[in-house]
Design a protein around this ligand. Sequence first.
Ligand code: OAD
Length: 231
Amino acid sequence: MRIVILSGAGLSAESGLGTFRDVGGIWQKYDLEDVATPEGYARDPALVHQFYNARRANCLQASPNAAHHALADLQQSGLAEVTLVTQNIDDLLERAGARDVVHMHGELRRALCASCGHRWDAPDTMSPDTACPACGATRARPDIVWFGEIPYHMDRIAEALEGADLFVAIGTSGAVYPAAGFVQEARAQGVRTLELNLDPSETSALFDDTRLGPATEIVPAWVAELRRARA
Ligand code: OAD
């Protein structure tokens, strides 16, 4: 059985990392045009670094929760071939033991040179003075996909969806494309679809099945059910 799992900020919410669009979410505190667009970075790189430095610090303090562990355990169990695609830029799935996580929106722990395209492990704190180890330019940015940019690994994700038996979306509002469109891509190919989320999302109606509740409860419960069904 092949399963493609798409996760969003709701997966890491109970680890203490904020979501974007919930009440009190990140996009109520910051203007995304300022901190998550190439134009914002060109206007004020110091502000952009400050924003992602704070998120990197939060991430370093956070620990994977029961939902991250359940997904990593499912992947390791060999019960199914599991592709973990995430919109999250944290590394909590990896820290729970997951392998080969597809970070379609990039990663906080990586840096990208806006001048030569070189990528390297990000220091805990970045600034407009951070120099690229390859070309020396001081145009380092976090290796994050911003609005107006094309998400990473789209071919790999399309391929995984094509051969899947089940598509599961966890803790994502379905507000941001192309990830929000994966459920339709899956359906078009006859793949069964399941949503696990705290509240109904913008795309709930498109899923064959939706289960509501906190990720730390409903994700381990779903994984346990799958294990029983395949035992
Ligand atoms: P959102 O903040 O848009 O949505 C979070 C979803 O998680 C909502 O549907 C919540 O109901 C749900 N949720 C909250 N707490 C939860 C919990 N404890 N258990 C389960 N679900 C919970 O976050 P994303 O959908 O991930 O992109 O946002 C997608 C993209 O928009 C992000 O990757 C980011 C953002 O702008 C960029 O920065 C490029």
